[in-house]
Design a protein around this ligand. Structure first.
Ligand SMILES: NC(=O)c1ccc[n+]([C@@H]2O[C@H](COP(=O)([O-])OP(=O)(O)OC[C@H]3O[C@@H](n4cnc5c(N)ncnc54)[C@H](OP(=O)(O)O)[C@@H]3O)[C@@H](O)[C@H]2O)c1
Length: 362
């Protein structure tokens, strides 16, 4: 197969740290060391191909997209995938090189030769979730991934996982990354298998392997504020979580901070919990969001709507109680949370809204 090789994609020796060799300069440090003019020049299509900092994002979802903007602003070349043509077009209009790619389609790798593109990047973020009944849609082709990447330029891999099910029921204990995982649901078992699969691939390639176990992800456009304002029906899963005493969450900005810190770290990688400081109950978060919205736009919310829904919920799901520790993320990656709790996070989301977003209100 003819490779669509990216010119200038050979990594300078100082960036290589396979087989235990640690780079003298980390990627972000090098970007910062560049004069501003060089960093700006990297945005042009010609110099993009010569950049030493290249992130490929498998799954340009909520986290992937915000990360793309942040990295691009720091001089990285960023490419990624999404499954729909419309989204591809939207992201391309914003200056990203996007591949339309659905790992469930037969022969998807051959048709797009996507692996031949990825191997020319230095960093790979995996944001495609496992699928119940199937497993990790990428790792089904693990042998192909290994043979494609083995002689490539990848130096760093980060898999975005979830805290929700991986630890299982911990009776409300404070769990850190050394707590033995005990997933019970099929999806949680698949998550753990994906973590292991991607870590094992990274070890085979001799590159940094990070696993980020995320709490519930929220941010502008996806938070309790929007749910309250749109008065969307709560999903069954959301209703089931009503009686949870603890729910880990994290603002998308803080996830991006952590990923960028890891990409800059001189380390071979590890598992990190990426959560904020306050695993508050979901009901508390919704009450707070409602008060914020009512204060800013009195009369916007129909009082009955969600209260009725909550009252229908029976306390059937008490599985998975735990408080997830973020100490390792703070100590080792040096992350200082922008939004240490849901109050600061929700307030900032509301502060950025000029008008209430009511598009999906029926
Ligand atoms: N949201 C949360 O509360 C939460 C909590 C913990 C962990 N996580 C996990 O963390 C990761 C990032 O979260 P997120 O909120 O950014 O997720 P997201 O917005 O749902 O993004 C997931 C990405 O995966 C892509 N994708 C899904 N199925 C695919 C398939 N069969 N083939 C190729 N691509 C596929 C999606 O494509 P499209 O862009 O075309 O949709 C999307 O880009 C995900 O794995 C998510 O499950 C999320």
């Amino acid at each position: 197969m003819e490779m669509d090789r990216i010119p200038g994609s050979a990594i300078p020796p100082r960036l290589r740290y396979r087989a235990g060799r640690v780079p003298k300069f980390s990627c972000l440090s090098m970007a910062r060391a560049l004069p501003a003019s060089s960093r700006i020049a990297m945005h042009s299509s010609v110099s993009e191909t010569q950049s030493e900092l290249r992130m490929f994002i498998l799954g340009m979802g909520f986290v992937g997209q915000l990360l793309s903007y942040k990295l691009q602003n720091q001089g990285w070349v960023v490419s990624g995938t999404c499954t729909s043509h419309m989204k591809k077009k939207k992201l391309e209009d914003r200056g990203f090189h996007i591949y339309q790619f659905d790992a469930l389609e037969p022969d998807c790798f051959c048709r797009l030769s996507i692996l031949d593109h990825i191997k020319h990047y230095t960093h790979l973020l995996v944001s495609i979730p496992p699928i119940v009944g199937l497993g990790d849609p990428m790792l089904q082709h693990e042998r192909l991934l290994r043979s494609s990447f083995v002689n490539g330029n990848l130096q760093w891999l980060c898999y975005l996982s979830s805290t929700t099910g991986v630890y299982g029921d911990c009776g409300g204990e404070l769990v850190d990354e050394d707590y033995p995982p005990n997933p019970t649901s099929e999806l949680a078992k698949l998550r753990l298998a994906s973590e292991e699969g991607w870590s094992s691939l990274a070890h085979y390639l001799g590159i940094s392997a990070y696993v980020f176990r995320l709490g519930g992800v929220y941010g502008p456009g996806r938070s309790a504020i929007e749910t309250i304002m749109k008065q969307d029906s709560l999903s069954e899963a959301q209703k089931m979580r009503k009686y949870r005493k603890y729910t880990s969450r994290v603002h998308v900005e803080d996830i991006c901070q952590a990923i960028m810190a890891a990409a800059d770290a001189l380390s071979l990688g590890k598992v990190y919990n990426i959560v904020d400081d306050d695993p508050a109950a979901r009901e508390q978060v919704f009450e707070y969001a409602r008060k914020l919205v009512e204060k800013k736009w009195p009369d916007l919310i129909k009082q009955e709507a969600q209260e009725v829904e909550w009252s229908d919920v029976k306390p059937t799901d008490m599985r998975g109680e735990k408080r997830v520790s973020n100490a390792r993320m703070k100590d080792e990656l040096g992350v200082r949370l922008l939004y240490p709790d849901f109050r600061t996070g929700l307030q900032s989301i509301l502060d950025k809204m000029d008008t209430p977003c009511l598009q999906s209100r029926s």
